[in-house]
Design a protein around this ligand. Structure first.
Ligand code: IPM
Ligand code: MG
Length: 350
């Protein structure tokens, strides 16, 4: 049985994932690791970004570490076979409905943030983004021709009680192990799905988590608060689309997109999907310039949340902090280390 399935993917994905693999082999030599094609590179070989075999392998592994998918060379691929479609199918197929996206500002990087140091120093909050529902998956969705000319496009935002409840439960449970505060963001002032979201979160809170502090916040206000005073947040739970947007905003606070990992989790015992938040960065792919820390930190989350090895996770996190404190910087952090040299720095710190 595979413990860890690597899906390095496209662009800088293979370069950064290779460094995470070195770290995994160093902290857990007994781990069984496999690799498969996924994304544009899979489309080129098999005509689809996600083959049935790869999805089956992902569901059978204990954790999946993805690099990145997509790039300009696949812009013309049929929409349902674009690398991004493969990613959505992987998330849906693995049923990883809760996407944990930490916004963590490493002390050594506080000056790299676009906000002032005093606003981001010590920043540590977690966005819990619903990942397998909402407008990303809702039907109907289509573009149609209108008789009088022009077109009409439809996407559908849809949520059920069960979908909202299970992701909110993850957020409340997480908060209990942190600062015990959950913000739930929606647009209940204009959207029915937002209204249901607020009701379901309120009910679940009263029923199962009365000990956790709950604040409802409108998603637009959440965006503003994230750039005004981000340290007020502990856990922020929201839907798929708002979570996509708010997590990019939160990522920028931390100094570099190249630093941020994520975990997508399903029901307990099911494999998690781990991926850096950064994309495939085609502009720097293949040049050894990419920062591998987001991938290495995604591996850290995999050890913690899926592989049941928190001590290995602690070691990885400490090594990353140590490498940064020691001045290790790739270009995105204002330094000149290559991808491999940053991997070396983390391994040395281990
Ligand atoms: C993300 C990305 C994806 C998303 C894209 C690549 C489909 O932006 O993981 O945040 O929108 O979910
Ligand atoms: Mg995104």
């Amino acid at each position: 049985m595979t413990d860890l399935l690597l899906l390095p993917g496209d662009g800088i994905g293979p370069e950064v994932t290779a460094q995470a693999r070195r770290v995994a082999e160093a902290v857990a030599p007994d781990l069984s690791i496999a690799e498969a094609l996924f994304g544009g590179c899979s489309f080129d070989v098999y005509g689809t970004p996600l083959t049935d075999e790869t999805l089956a392998a992902a569901k059978a592994a204990r954790a999946v570490l993805m690099g990145a998918v997509g790039g300009p060379q696949w812009a013309g691929a049929p929409r349902d076979r674009r690398p991004e479609a493969g990613l959505l199918n992987l998330r849906a197929g693995m049923e990883v409905y809760a996407n944990l996206r930490p916004a963590l500002c490493f002390p050594a990087l506080a000056d790299a943030s676009s906000l002032k140091r005093h606003l981001v120093e010590g920043l540590d909050f977690m966005i819990v983004r619903e990942l397998t529902g909402g407008i990303y998956f809702g039907t109907p969705r289509f573009i149609e021709e209108l008789p009088g000319g022009g077109k009409r496009a439809v996407d559908t935002q849809v949520y059920t009680t069960a979908e909202i409840e299970r992701v909110a439960r993850v957020a409340f449970q997480l908060a209990r192990g942190r600062r015990n505060l959950v913000h739930s963001a929606e647009k209940s002032n204009v959207m029915d799905s937002g209204l249901l979201w607020r009701q379901v979160v309120t009910d679940l809170h009263a029923r199962e988590f009365p000990d956790v502090r709950l604040e409802h916040i409108l998603a637009d206000n959440a965006a503003m608060q994230i750039v005004r005073d981000p340290r007020q947040f502990d856990v922020l739970v929201t839907d798929n689309l708002f979570g996509d947007i708010l997590s990019d905003a939160a990522a920028q606070l931390t100094g570099s997109l190249g630093m941020l990992p994520s975990a997508a989790l399903g029901d307990p015992g099911r494999p998690g999907l781990y991926e850096p938040i950064h994309g495939s960065a085609p502009d720097i792919a293949g040049q050894g310039l990419a920062n591998p820390l987001a991938s290495i930190l995604s591996l850290e989350m995999a050890f913690r949340w899926s592989l049941g090895r928190p001590e290995a996770a602690d070691r990885i996190l400490a090594a990353v902090v140590r490498a940064l404190d020691g001045g290790a910087r790739t270009r995105d952090l204002g330094g000149s280390l290559t991808t491999v040299q940053m991997g070396d720095a983390v391994l040395a710190a281990l």
